[in-house]
Design a protein around this ligand. Structure first.
Ligand code: ADP
Ligand code: MG
Length: 694
């Protein structure tokens, strides 16, 4: 149960005055559905209204707050003319200008003969001073309500600053005085405020400097968010390990030896080391929770398969889970030879095919299937293993902590879990996302892999790109052509995959195929198969090919609107080529003029192909929130912490969390109780459930 002290903060935002359904939808879109989400929506800018000149000395172009008398209203004669209100102080006059104004409203706001404080940008029109749509108009007795330093928040279409600011103020007004959960000596040493007062202060910046992630106020908030994250991960980790006591699987190596003998290549040192780490975990009595991190093409699949064989040798079953239908099928196909060589029984289970499903499930329950390959369908209620020993989750960032937990119950006894990600994650971020796991890294690429020549080109040179493609295809090459969206949207000028495919077909002939996210699975698979078989030579695609698709013959990757992709995504895309023996190239096409960040990003792509370097750079350039470019990434999103800046705080939070749990494992002490409040505040309810009631 959430501590009652937090209840006001967890009220829905529609309970605020002035927030109706429309505003609620807009606000929850950018912040979240509850008051706490609003309170955590920190300002991104500040308007300084403290400049209070007499009119005669007011600087043109500057935001000023002036005190004036209202002299006269001049309503607009037609809709194109503005409504004007003439005002003055003892030194000069100022005309307030309103377009599409309501006379009633303005008469009420600015009655003739009254005194008003108005704030906005001073402009000059002909010889007179004017202010178009003042930001604030208040009577002298209400001056206290006029913010001299006004926080600016990120907005979205249809949402303006005023109602959002008002809602945020409303949320902050509900902020209770929270108990202190941090160590007083630690706070004193850092010079940090209490959480609530820091949060209020964060919403009252006076200058740009106050918005920096390094201010004591922002650091305090970030630290607590990271502490909640680390505590939660440690609790989950402890829970998963505790649930796993007593299981130890030891393979004898006979199946593995057969599979390795059937491999057309030798395993690399990094692969062998990863396999050894995994096997040691599987053999240990504790539950394995290991992350196998390796760049695109690093050869994770074979490592996972050998680990699965290890479990099968020990008499258990294995599950191999992929994030998409395409990938599940691809794993199934590419592992078939090895499975046959090893003599293990492998089957496929996805959400799509209905026929054969019952037979597969019953064989699985009887232990007649050794390794089950599939998608999320493996999580379904009706899937029962006879004895699941090891579950491998490929491309974990699409699954997230919650699904990792779900796996626990399968087959009665908790299985060992190996999670794989091809998205190289900076060390700092790995700790926040996978702090509950041990990590193996597959550094380097398999031998024989050639670097991919990368060029950055303006869309003005599309003709050249197509020419280049035509020649390459004539020589037998195959190419991906990636576009960010499926259909041309009126508002955003993105190159649409469908249109691009049509154009390329006109220019290059019928050898152009198309896959996109809105296609039915079977259709998409057929299209992929045609490309794999060489029936098509150019595959136009939305980013559905981003993850793991393996066509070694493809040697050219064209990415349109490359400026819109994050570094990690570009890196993944580029990793689709350079897989075979041919020389590969990657053409990054940008549209329009490049911004500084996009420029830096594309430069990084040209300069390195080390995924871990790219990931660090991505974190530096964009911050963690956007690191993977997607919200469904499964990585935690921090609202108060900025990992590009707060990496040191993360380490401190990690140490603190470890110390806390070592001293007070169930968070029962007085400080422990306050830390429970912290966990709830940051929505880590799940972790609290693993604590003894207290
Ligand atoms: P990823 O780590 O991206 O999942 P894969 O496991 O799909 O990479 O491997 C990419 C390609 O490299 C596959 O075609 C695989 O057969 C091949 N491969 C894996 N290990 C080696 C190796 N040691 N030597 C040569 N090729 C390898
Ligand atoms: Mg893979």
């Amino acid at each position: 149960m959430r501590p009652t002290i937090l209840n006001p903060l967890f009220a829905e935002i529609r309970t605020l005055d002035g927030v109706g359904p429309k505003l609620e939808k807009l606000i929850s879109g950018i912040a979240g559905p509850r008051l706490v989400d609003l309170a955590f929506d920190l300002p991104v800018g500040v308007i300084d209204r403290s400049y209070r000149p007499k009119l005669a000395e007011a600087e043109i172009g500057r935001i000023a707050t002036v005190s004036v008398n209202v002299l006269k209203h001049t309503p607009s004669r037609d809709r194109r003319q503005p409504y004007r209100v003439l005002c003055s102080d003892e030194t000069s006059t100022l005309e307030l200008v309103f377009f599409h104004a309501h006379a009633d409203y303005l008469n009420k706001q600015l009655p003739v003969g009254s005194r008003r404080i108005v704030s906005g940008k001073i402009e000059r029109f002909r010889d007179a001073l004017q202010m178009t749509h003042p930001d604030h108009i208040v009577a002298p007795e209400d001056e206290g309500g006029l913010p001299l330093h006004e926080p600016v928040y990120a907005l979205t279409e249809g949402l303006t600053l005023k109602p959002l600011s008002k809602a945020i103020r409303g949320a902050l007004a509900k902020l209770p005085e929270l108990p202190e959960w941090d160590d007083p000596a630690f706070l004193a040493a850092r010079g940090w405020n209490g959480f609530a007062s820091a949060l209020r202060a964060a919403h009252m910046p006076e200058n740009e400097g106050d918005l920096r992630s390094e201010t004591p106020v922002r650091m305090r908030l970030a630290f607590d968010e990271l502490l909640a994250n680390q505590l939660a991960l440690l609790l989950i980790r402890r829970q998963m390990r505790a649930a796993a006591k007593g299981r130890s699987l030891r393979g004898d190596g006979r199946l593995k030896a057969k599979a390795i003998a059937a491999l057309p290549f030798a395993l690399t040192g990094a692969q062998l080391q990863a396999i050894a780490e995994i096997e040691a975990d599987i053999a240990a009595p504790n539950r394995m929770l290991r992350l196998l991190q390796g760049d695109v093409g690093a050869g994770k699949t074979v490592v996972a398969f050998l680990a699965l064989l290890n479990a099968v040798e020990a008499g258990a079953q294995g599950a191999f889970m992929a994030p998409t239908e395409i990938l599940a099928r691809q794993h199934m196909a590419s592992l078939a030879t090895l499975a046959t060589a090893a003599g293990v029984r492998m089957a496929l289970l996805t959400g799509r095919e209905r026929s054969g499903r019952d037979a597969t499930l019953s064989a699985l329950a009887k232990g007649e299937i050794d390794i089950l390959v599939g998608t999320h369908a493996l999580f379904s209620e009706d899937v029962t293993f006879a004895d699941l020993g090891l579950a491998v989750i490929d491309e974990q960032h699409r699954f997230g902590v919650h699904q990792r937990m779900l796996l626990q119950g399968k087959g009665g006894r908790p299985a060992d879990v190996l999670v794989m990600t091809a998205t190289p994650i900076p060390r700092t971020l790995a700790l926040t996302a996978y702090g509950d796991m041990d990590v193996s890294r597959l550094t380097g690429r398999p031998p024989g892999r050639k670097p991919v020549a990368t060029r950055v080109l303006s869309a003005d040179r599309l003709d050249e790109v197509i020419d280049h493609l035509r020649r390459a295809i004539a020589g037998g090459a195959r190419a991906y052509w990636v576009c960010p969206l499926v259909e041309e949207s009126e508002k955003i000028d993105l190159a649409a995959a469908e249109e691009r495919a049509a154009l390329l077909k006109r220019m290059l002939g019928p050898i152009v195929g198309l896959v996109h996210g809105r296609m039915k699975g079977a259709e998409r698979d057929a299209e992929m198969a045609r490309f794999k078989a060489g029936e098509t030579a150019v595959l136009v695609a939305t980013t559905v090919i981003e993850v793991g698709v393996d066509v070694p013959e493809a040697t050219i990757m064209v990415v349109e609107h490359a400026e819109r992709f994050g570094l990690a995504q570009l890196h993944q895309l580029r990793g689709r080529v350079g897989r075979g023996s041919g020389k590969s190239s990657c053409l990054l096409i940008y549209h329009g003029k490049l911004g500084e960040t996009a420029k830096a990003r594309l430069k990084t792509m040209r300069e390195t192909d080390d995924g871990f370097v790219i990931a660090e750079e991505d974190l530096r350039l964009r911050g963690a929130g956007e690191l993977l470019g997607t919200r469904q990434s499964g990585l935690p999103e921090f609202r108060l912490a900025d990992l590009a800046v707060h990496a040191d705080l993360l380490a401190a939070a990690r140490d603190d969390a470890q110390l806390i749990l070592a001293r007070d494992p169930e968070l029962q002490s007085p400080r422990g109780q306050t830390l429970r409040v912290l966990l709830y505040l940051f929505g880590r309810d799940e972790a609290v459930r693993y604590l003894r009631a207290g």
